[in-house]
Structures are given as structure tokens and as C-alpha cells.
Write a protein that binds this ligand. Structure first.
Ligand code: ADP
Ligand code: MG
Length: 334
């Protein structure tokens, strides 16, 4: 658990972080959301001690980070930034190996770790490990940046607008892949963005910051359906609930518990017999990264309150209920 206790940071007389109190549970993906200049990056740098705070304290699992040697502290905290910061004269493999080498891992263990991480971020080790940063696209470089941050398996990951500089399509792919990785690794993540869409897609919790102050800390659905004040309302923009439908993935509310015998696939008709209904594989099933909007549209069309969630091999991996979609929105009408 990460705790910010009345943390204040000043640059001369300017208060960049103003009496911040915040708790982030282990394994949670917390998004810092707010406009440029609101203190997001400063707050991250206080946590890995690239900056020193002026008052208050930050604890990780009840240990004051001021009592931890900064180098040791940073080994337990992966850091991904927008400009990636890959060393141009190092290959992909060498870039990822930096921290493991500092930790004096042996060469075989490092080589294995590099291959595992490249696989994890969706880059073939054979093709990529000996490339130089200039031979990578923006999206590939960001993936290498994520792999490098994960190299020594730190429990905490700080990501400062990591996908801000890539085109929207690549960003969407990177976001989905990052969610997949996070589901597997369950790091404690602080992810900085000024993009409400990205915040809703990724966050278990969103901390909205303005002028160095925390103004709301809640789940994405509550931030959108119950914005704490007019600033957040304005920041979210019109049609907040519609945004929630568009950007909220099925994965966040699906139930993962489908025994094999509960569904029957008919390859001839391309249908799936499930829960007493014949679902057309192409039109009536959803994926874990389908939006709630698409899911709801299917439910209404075929008048079913529950849909199978399938993977790319058309296997059923879970189910999604209308009640759970309603619950996401229910917060608005409580
Ligand atoms: P964000 O990441 O939310 O865009 P930052 O944390 O980078 O915001 O900056 C917060 C505020 O502090 C901004 O107004 C910025 O201009 C100011 N600031 C950041 N770094 C410095 C610095 N080294 N010296 C003076 N002011 C700074
Ligand atoms: Mg910033």
C-alpha cells in the first residue's frame, strides 16, 4: 500500500502539490487525471525520490520512503515516461538489461528475462532484441520502455503519460495490452494521464487533481456519474454516461467462470448454445475488450440479459450480465 500523508511540494513559492492525502492499495491501478500543470508528474517524482517533498510523508507498506536509500527505493519502482528514454547506442536487449546488470544477475538469467519480457509486451525476441531504438516505431519503443521498467520485477510501476505521444490507434492497442499485462502481473500502478478516456479504460481508481490538490478520488464509474464538482463535470465533458459506455470494457465487469460443459459450439452453423440460447458467433458474442455500448446493443437486439464473452479462438471465457452494466450506471441514480 502506498500512502501520501499531507504531502506538499513547492518550487520556490509555487505550490505544485498541495497537502495531498491519498492511499493506493497493492495491486490497484490508480490513474492520476488532470490538466497539464496540475502536479501529476511532480507527485510521481516525489514517490521515487527524484524530488524531495517539503512537508508530509509518503509510505510504502508503512515504511517512510525518506528512510529508504533512493537507489534501493527506485529498484522496486519501475518508471515509464512519455519520451521513453531508451539509450540510443544500446540495443533493445541492452536497454532492458540495465537494472538486472546493476543487480549483478548472471548473463543467462538476464537473457532469459529479456526474452520473457519482450514476449510479454508483444514483441518477438528474435526480431527485436538486437535492434537499436532508432529502428523502432513509437509504439514499439513504448513497449520496450514498459519491458525495461518491469525488468527487475518491481512491485510498483509509475507510468507518466506513457502512451501520450503515439497515434490514437497504436495507443488503443498499447492500452489493451497493458491491461492484459497488468491483469497477469498485478503491480501497484500509478498511471498519469490528462485523457479521461484513457483514465476510464485503465483505472480501478481515478484521482482527479487540480492546482496540486486532490479534488476527487473514486472509481471511474463514480467519477463520471457523480462528478464531485463543476470542474470535474467540465473536464469530463458532455455525455459522461455515454463516455462510460464507450470506454468501459467488458473485462472490468465480466464473470470468469464458465465450465466447458455449459456451452456447445456448433461449427456448421457457427453458433454457440449457451444458457438456452443459440448465439451467433459473429454477431451475438462479445470480447473482453468490447465496449459496454456494443455489449448493450447486442443484449437489446437479441433480448438476452446475459452474453457469453469469447476469446479470439471463439472459446467462451466468461459471461457479462445486464445487471452489472446497470450497476455501473446505477451509481448515477442512487
Ligand atoms: P503535470 O505533470 O500535471 O503537467 P507538473 O507536476 O509537471 O504538472 O508541474 C506542476 C506545476 O509545477 C506546473 O505549474 C509546472 O510549471 C511547475 N513546475 C514543474 N517543475 C518545476 C520546476 N522544476 N521548477 C519550477 N516549477 C516547476
Ligand atoms: Mg507531467
Amino acid at each position: 500500500m502506498i500512502k501520501f500523508n499531507s504531502v506538499t511540494k513547492k518550487y520556490e513559492d509555487f505550490i505544485a502539490v498541495d497537502n495531498l492525502n491519498l492511499e493506493i492499495k497493492s495491486g490497484e491501478l490508480c490513474v492520476f487525471l488532470g490538466p497539464s500543470g496540475c502536479g501529476k508528474s511532480t507527485t510521481l517524482r516525489l514517490l521515487n525520490r527524484l524530488l524531495d517533498l517539503d512537508s508530509g510523508n509518503i509510505t510504502i507498506d508503512d515504511v517512510n520512503i525518506g528512510d529508504i536509500d533512493p537507489v534501493t527505493l527506485r529498484r522496486g519502482i519501475g518508471y515509464v515516461i512519455q519520451s521513453v528514454g531508451l539509450l540510443p547506442h544500446y540495443t533493445v536487449k541492452e536497454n532492458i538489461s540495465i537494472v538486472p546488470k546493476l543487480l549483478k544477475w548472471d548473463a543467462i538469467k538476464i537473457a532469459e528475462r529479456v526474452d520473457t519480457l519482450l514476449d510479454l509486451v508483444g514483441l518477438s525476441p528474435e526480431i527485436y532484441k538486437n535492434k537499436y531504438p532508432r529502428e523502432l516505431s513509437g509504439g514499439e519503443a513504448q513497449r520496450v520502455g514498459v519491458a525495461r521498467a518491469l525488468a527487475a520485477d518491481p512491485p510498483i510501476l509509475l507510468m507518466d503519460e506513457p502512451f501520450g505521444a503515439v497515434d490514437p490507434l497504436t495507443r488503443d492497442v498499447l492500452q489493451r495490452e497493458f491491461l492484459r499485462i497488468q491483469k497477469k502481473l498485478k503491480k501497484t500502478v500509478i498511471f498519469v494521464t490528462h485523457d479521461i478516456e484513457e483514465a476510464v479504460k485503465l483505472g480501478n481508481k481515478i484521482a482527479v487533481l487540480k492546482d496540486g490538490k486532490l479534488i476527487q478520488y473514486d472509481t471511474p464509474d463514480r467519477i463520471i456519474t457523480k462528478p464531485g464538482n463543476s470542474f470535474i463535470e467540465e473536464f469530463i465533458g458532455k455525455d459522461g454516461s455515454l463516455k462510460l459506455l464507450l470506454y468501459y470494457y467488458v473485462e472490468k465487469i465480466m464473470k470468469n467462470r464458465i465450465p466447458q460443459e455449459d456451452w456447445v459450439y456448433n461449427s456448421e452453423s457457427q453458433t454457440l448454445l449457451y444458457n438456452g440460447f443459440n448465439f451467433c458467433l459473429n454477431n451475438h458474442c462479445v470480447y473482453k475488450d468490447s465496449s459496454l455500448k456494443d455489449t448493450l446493443a447486442v443484449m437489446l437486439k437479441i433480448e438476452q440479459r446475459v452474453l457469453p464473452v469469447i476469446d479470439s479462438d471463439k472459446k467462451v471465457i466468461g459471461e457479462v450480465y445486464l445487471e452489472d452494466i446497470e450497476r455501473v450506471f446505477g451509481n448515477a441514480n442512487e
